[in-house]
Design a protein around this ligand. Structure first.
Ligand SMILES: [Zn+2]
Length: 119
């Protein structure tokens, strides 16, 4: 299984030939752990190529990447932060702030630590 997108690089062009044997690729669907994924499959050697988006979808749906559903709390849309991220970023509920940056591919949440108990 190979990712067709080089890391950190936007690529709009889809590969049309196999990087291993040079044969034509054809759109196909595969089922992995109950998740149906679109891929490009080599007609000759059977190599399957997945886009980064499809890989992420697979990781989220199989629980390999932490994913949380948005929900409403009063008039606001809220999201629960996975405990592993809270620990890693040392988020202190009731004290720290979250600021948001809208990015082309999603949302960046910056954690601002308040200094009230650090002085
Ligand atoms: Zn091939």
């Amino acid at each position: 299984m190979h990712n067709t997108d080089p890391p950190g690089k936007e690529k709009k062009m889809k590969p049309t030939t196999c990087y291993r044997c040079g044969a034509r690729l054809k759109q196909a669907k595969v089922k992995m752990e109950g998740v149906e994924l679109k891929c490009l499959r080599c007609q000759e050697c059977g190599e399957e190529l997945f886009t980064a988006g499809e890989m992420l979808r697979y990781e989220v749906l199989t629980g390999k990447s932490p994913a949380r559903k948005f929900f409403t709390a009063g008039n606001s849309v809220a999201i629960r932060i996975p405990a592993s991220i809270v620990k890693k970023k040392e988020i202190r509920p009731g004290k720290d702030l979250a600021v948001f940056d809208v990015m082309p591919k999603g949302l960046l949440i910056k954690v601002i630590h308040t200094d009230e108990d650090r002085s």
